[in-house]
Write a protein that binds this ligand. Structure first.
Ligand SMILES: [Zn+2]
Ligand SMILES: [Zn+2]
Length: 246
């Protein structure tokens, strides 16, 4: 059977079964999905802007956009969108390989557990446009959120975190109000024009929520989503993303 015709669930199972204790990329023995050698290429400890997580050079703590703009929420981003991380994300988004999201979910979960910060239990996923959803067949932010929850629960026994609070995590999808143009064709200026009315949220009963995105480019999508969440009753929105464009 052609590899492309296998279902995501089946592909995930095959990976878990055949790649047990092996690196997903190089087959080197590894307790994580990526071995220490491959992990180095993900640039998990990249220099970034302290406000928006955009990659910066060594000696700069604020990116050129954050020198003028204020951010209302914390942005926590795993990698810069370049090199290996870019190659993986392109495979996930355009070559139907969502099982590679496990790599990000595991690294993100371990980082969250190590930080000992409170993990909010209400999560919202940034939606894909209906056209890319149709082409791709899955919503990558939603798949990532589900895998992240699984990984948190799996690794929680090694930390002090109560399992019950992780099992209480609820994942919601944000709804787009209007039929939307695909983001990657829009310029920075066009993206900034988009407003929070693009997203529709039911009333929120949690004060602290998480917004999950895949790649942050200009920040306009997450700003619009965060505004919609604040408008619906949230008091604090943390943004978790896989990559930030340099
Ligand atoms: Zn490897
Ligand atoms: Zn910044």
């Amino acid at each position: 059977m052609a590899r492309e015709k296998l279902s995501t669930k089946l592909k995930n199972l095959v990976y878990l079964w055949t790649k047990n204790k092996q690196c997903y990329l190089c087959d080197h023995p590894s307790a994580r999905y990526l071995c220490q050698y491959c992990r180095a290429y993900l640039e998990l400890d990249y220099c970034h802007c302290t406000l928006c997580s955009a990659p910066t050079t060594d000696n700069v703590t604020r990116c050129r956009h954050c020198k003028t703009e204020d951010h209302i929420h914390r942005i926590h981003c795993l990698t810069p969108y370049r090199g290996l991380s870019k190659a993986l994300l392109l495979r996930i988004k355009f070559y139907q390989q969502p099982h590679l999201l496990r790599i990000y979910a595991q690294e993100f979960a371990l980082r969250l557990l190590q930080s000992n910060e409170e993990i909010p239990t209400t999560w919202y996923c940034v939606p894909s446009s209906s056209k890319s959803l149709f082409q791709r067949g899955f919503q990558q932010t939603n798949v990532f959120a589900k895998l992240l929850k699984q990984e948190l629960i799996r690794h929680a026994k090694d930390s002090d975190l109560a399992l019950a609070s992780l099992q209480a995590i609820r994942i919601h999808a944000l709804q787009q109000r209007n039929k939307q143009q695909q983001q990657h064709h829009l310029s920075r200026k066009q993206r900034h024009k988009r407003r929070h009315t693009d997203y529709k949220v039911e009333a929120i009963h949690a004060s602290h929520v998480v917004l999950i995105d895949d790649i942050i480019t200009t920040g306009s999508t997450i700003n619009a989503c965060a505004e919609a969440l604040l408008h619906a009753g949230a008091q604090q929105v943390d943004v978790w993303a896989l990559a930030h464009t340099p």
